[in-house]
Structures are given as C-alpha cells and as structure tokens.
Design a protein around this ligand. Structure first.
Ligand SMILES: NC(=O)c1ccc[n+]([C@@H]2O[C@H](COP(=O)([O-])OP(=O)(O)OC[C@H]3O[C@@H](n4cnc5c(N)ncnc54)[C@H](OP(=O)(O)O)[C@@H]3O)[C@@H](O)[C@H]2O)c1
Length: 302
C-alpha cells in the first residue's frame, strides 16, 4: 500500500498536500491579481513546503515555463520532490519518449512519480500514447501513469474498458461533488486519487464586491460560506481543505498558491479538523451542479 493510500480519510497530514505549480509558469487564478509567481518566491514556497512535509509537486508541459522554473528552483534550493507532470495534448505516440525526456531535462529529474494525459480528450485522440507511456513505466522513468479528468463519466469509461492506470486527478470542492459517483470504484480498483480545484482557482475567497458578474448565481452561496467560516472562527482555507480531506476515497489534495503567505495559511489548518466535523451537514448543502460554475474553462469573465 502506498503512503498516499494509507492516508485515506485519516485526517490532515501535509504529505496529503500536493503543491500545484501552474501559478509558477502562467498568470493563473480568478483571484490572482499579482500574476506569475517570481522565481525567488517559488524558492521560498518550495523550501517551506518541503520543511513542512510536502513531498509532491504537480506540473505540466502546458503550464507555460513551470517545468523550467521548477527545475531552476530545485537546483537553486537543492531540494528534491516527487513530481507529477502531464503530456501536452497534441503529442502523438511517436513523440512520447522525446516529450517525457524533455520534461525530465527541464525539471532536472531522472524519473517522474506520475505522468498524466492532460485531459481525457487527448487520450481519446491519441490512444496509442498509453502503450508508449507504459513502456516508459516499465523502464522506470515513470512510477504511475494516469489521467487528469474533468467529468466522472470519463473515469467510468476508463474503468468500464479496463484501461490500466495508477493515478487520476480531477476537480472536487465544496461546490463540486460530481466525482462522488466514482470514488468507490476508483478506490476498489486501487487507483490513487488526487483532487484539484479545492479553492476553485481562489473563487471562494473573493469578496462579494469584487466578484465578477458572471458568478451572480452563486454570489449568495460564496458570501454565506465566508460568513459561516467567520462565525465558526475557522479560516476559510481550513474549511475548504477539510471538507475535501474527510471524503473517503480521496488520497491527496492538489492546491495552488501564489504566495508563501497563502501556503503558510494552508498548511496551518490541521487544528481545525475536529471543528469541521460538526459543520459537515451544513457544508454539504453548498453543493452546486451547474457546470458553467464548476468548470473554469467554461467561465466567461473577460
Ligand atoms: N487539467 C489539469 O490537470 C489541471 C487544471 C487546473 C489546475 N491543475 C493543477 O491544480 C493546481 C491548483 O489549481 P486549482 O485550479 O485547483 O486552484 P486552487 O488550488 O483551487 O486555487 C488556487 C488559488 O487559490 C488562492 N489561494 C490559495 N490559498 C489561499 C489562501 N490561503 N488565501 C487566499 N487565497 C488562496 C490562490 O490565489 P491568489 O493567491 O491569487 O488569491 C491560488 O491561485 C494547479 O497549480 C495545477 O497544478 C491541473
């Protein structure tokens, strides 16, 4: 059993946090006004995360120069992490090896913990890529091959077709519980689950007055959630993280930060685990099913 698997529903441990790094390579996040994180801040973030027991990073070839920035900062800090990266969506089977080797070179690493199809569609368009990834796995370049998904139906299709994979990443948060449908099945198949969008790109933190009009349908829910956290004297980030951490079948949380300050806040939330339990029935009422809200690629905010 992997370390991640033994952590299921056992509460908060920083080794259940995977640090997302799209923010290191692109201007990313609905609440981000500062732009791409500068290299010196990336080094501070990595050093703090490592010291606190975070062992894994999530990146992708498609995240601007995130892989290069990570490679530089890992070299500068002398730190080592397990790394998950993702295949660019247009790569075909014959270019897989070259692409993985290019990622490894940028990262200054000799192997990856995980390597994922960036989306289910990219797998559907180039299914022969999977065989090539499995060959690289046999050679020891990749420990876990898998899929980054957006819809539970995609996971169901992979499971129904008995596609072999070891790791999947998908969105899950207090609004978005669509993947509840498949968590049991993924767990039964021994597939490691990493969830992203725990903060929905930072949407939950935006104050009512700053919220883009596109989100007017959920403005009341966001404000109520912020008030609930304040009234219960629980930091909003603690509430959002523990809501997800307590779900059986979820191994790890991929969270992104734009500053050391946010990372410190997110890693200081373990003391609130018990306090969240009595709020759970109320928190479950915040579910939203409208995919125009749940899926950032559908947002019309500019
Ligand atoms: N298809 C895919 O595979 C895919 C897609 C998207 C993301 N990802 C991965 O998932 C990672 C996380 O992305 P996500 O979309 O899931 O974002 P997220 O973690 O839900 O939200 C990240 C944003 O939340 C804000 N935040 C975090 N902690 C905070 C705190 N304590 N206080 C206030 N604000 C805070 C930050 O914005 P500010 O600091 O700017 O306010 C940050 O940019 C990415 O880095 C990437 O590695 C993968």
């Amino acid at each position: 059993m992997s370390a991640a698997k033994s952590n299921i529903a056992s509460g908060f441990a920083t080794n259940r946090v995977v640090l997302g790094t799209v923010q290191f390579g692109l201007d990313y996040g609905i609440s981000n006004t500062a732009g791409k994180v500068p290299l010196e801040e990336v080094c501070r973030i990595l050093a703090y995360a490592h010291a606190k027991g975070v062992t894994m990073l999530d990146t992708a070839a498609a995240y601007g120069d995130s892989e290069t920035v990570l490679g530089k900062s890992l070299q500068e800090t002398g730190l080592s992490f397990q790394i998950i990266s993702k295949l660019p969506p247009t790569v075909t089977a014959r270019d897989v090896r070259r692409t993985v080797e290019a990622s490894l070179e940028k990262l200054g690493a000799d192997k990856l913990y995980g390597y994922l199809f960036h989306s289910f569609n990219s797998y559907k368009e180039h299914p022969a890529v999977l065989e090539q990834l499995c060959l690289l796995q046999e050679e020891g370049l990749i420990a876990q091959v898998g899929f980054s998904l957006y819809h539970p139906a995609e996971a169901l299709e992979l499971l129904d077709k008995n596609i072999t994979f070891g790791l999947t990443q998908f969105p899950y948060n207090i609004f978005d519980r669509r993947f509840d449908l498949v968590l049991d099945k993924l767990q039964a198949a021994g597939i490691e689950t990493h969830v992203r969008s725990v903060f929905l790109q930072g949407l939950f933190f935006i104050e009512a007055a700053q919220l883009p009009p596109y989100f007017s349908k959920v403005a009341g829910k966001i404000a109520a959630l912020q008030q609930l956290a304040q009234k219960a004297n629980i930091p909003l980030e603690a509430l959002l993280m523990h809501f997800v951490l307590q779900v059986p079948g979820i191994n790890n949380l991929v969270i992104g930060v734009n500053s050391l300050k946010a990372l410190k806040a997110n890693l200081a939330t373990s003391e609130y685990q018990a306090a969240i339990q009595y709020l759970l029935p109320e928190l479950k009422r915040y579910e939203v099913t409208d995919e125009d809200i749940l899926l950032p690629y559908k947002w019309k905010t500019s």
